[in-house]
Design a protein around this ligand. Sequence first.
Ligand code: HEM
Length: 518
Amino acid sequence: AVCLKYLPQYFENQTLHHLFWCAQGVNIILWAIYETQIYPRFICPLRQLPGPTGGYPLLGYGLIRFKKPVGPEYLKFMQETSHNGLMRYRGFLNTNNVLLASPQTLAEVLVKRPYDFEKPEGPRNFMRRVLGDGLVLVEGDVHKFQRKRLMPSFSFRNIKDLYPTFWDKSIKLTDAIAEKVLASSGGTGITDVNFWSTKVTLDIIGIAGLGRDFNTIKNSDDLLAQTYDKIMEPSLGKMIIFALTSYKLHWLNQFVPGRIDAKLESATDSLRRTCIHFVHEKREKSAAMGSESTDILSKLMETNEFSNEELVDQLLTFIAAGHETTSSTFAWVIYLLASNPHIQSQLREEIHANLRTTSPVDADSDLSSVLESLPLLNGVCNETLRLYPTVPLSMRTPRQDTTIAGQRIPKGTEIYIVPWAVNRDQELWGPDADVFKPERWIDAETGKPNNTGGTSSNYSILTFLHGVHSCIGQGFAKAELRALTAAFVGAFEIELAYPDRPPIPAGLITTKPEGGIE
Ligand code: HEM
């Protein structure tokens, strides 16, 4: 209106309406230039942090978190730029993202002030489809409440009591492979370890989590197992949906070709329906007969503090969080042992000297003490967890403007914690950080297992993270891995069927060997 009134000679044929929209267009362009060029480069308090230069115009290094595997680029940033534990790199639209790269900054965010940070909303919305609103995704007081109720199920005592289940299922696994893969071919055969490992870990979490034996080792066409396979199988379509949801563009998901979003929706609906059925069935059973059960669902029900809907969310969480992660780690154990035949033979000797691997465990044998004391077995499992963390990256964002190590961090900044990179950092692990060396986990003087891999800080290994949001199932997963590895290596000699095709860790939140390990 001002232009039309005072400068009419310049706007002869223009209406107020036209001018309004032109001004809006100019505004949007100026705003975009400010947000993507001026603010990140000249104003943002993070701009002076050390970090890589370059990256794609406007995309920065935003695509690296979708790479296969996720992690090597972050490690490169850490190794190529000198830093004090806090780094910056440009993400989508040039936003400054923060990378935590030292034990001090990791401790501050994960342990000292964990509730000042939370998982960003976009990735959380994607994960919610599979995990429900269970322990992984809740924050603040709700998280404190749920974690306290779940902790007893993961106590040292409870894990010890679960060893016979882990062992029994491990023996069922080796028996099934011997019968279905080896019997018909004179004792030698090719099979995909990942195919079997997802079944056995699903069976284990079924028993420990809800007192139910899915028995998918026997019934490999079980619906639950197939649904998880469909959801977890890495694919480009799912990657695009994850990226769109992460950047709050989920309304575009429906346009991803192949009806991927609809298929994902139908698979996650089916999971929820199955879990609703499990919860109802368990309620009816315990109302009719009382409950002596020790599984996680029964223990939560006993507290009388969870509605059915909340129990379904917890169930979705620990079935998903508790089986794919361990399953993939076990597949990597087998890959690393097949690639290192010398270590494989030493491990077999250790197992045969201490365990009768083909039989179910005697009622009075202390399986947990035996398995936990075997130095090489523990070394192999810990070294695999170090080299192939199945959650290679986790994100946080500050709830308010805050500081980390004295550096101002604006609310909404994406903060990256990258177990893959930290676990392979040469500063922490030495020049052979990339090498599979189970002996790191064996004390040179006593010959007993150690918990630090020979490094000086707990924060050198981030596979289970640390602090209040660290993996509640860490002890469970390690015990399960020991049993599976001991039974498998005790029973079979392993070679890679295709040594010239190294498997690649792929996936969205958790990773698995793409195409399996044969
Ligand atoms: C090798 C196996 C496993 C790995 C590598 C792993 C890794 C992790 C990581 C990195 C987190 C933290 C995620 C984050 O905050 O961004 C986590 C959380 C969690 N994990 Fe695991 N996990 C494993 C096995 C298990 C098992 C067996 C269970 C249950 C039986 C389990 C249940 C959970 C739950 C409930 C949380 C959420 C904890 C919280 O926020 O308080 N995980 N896991």
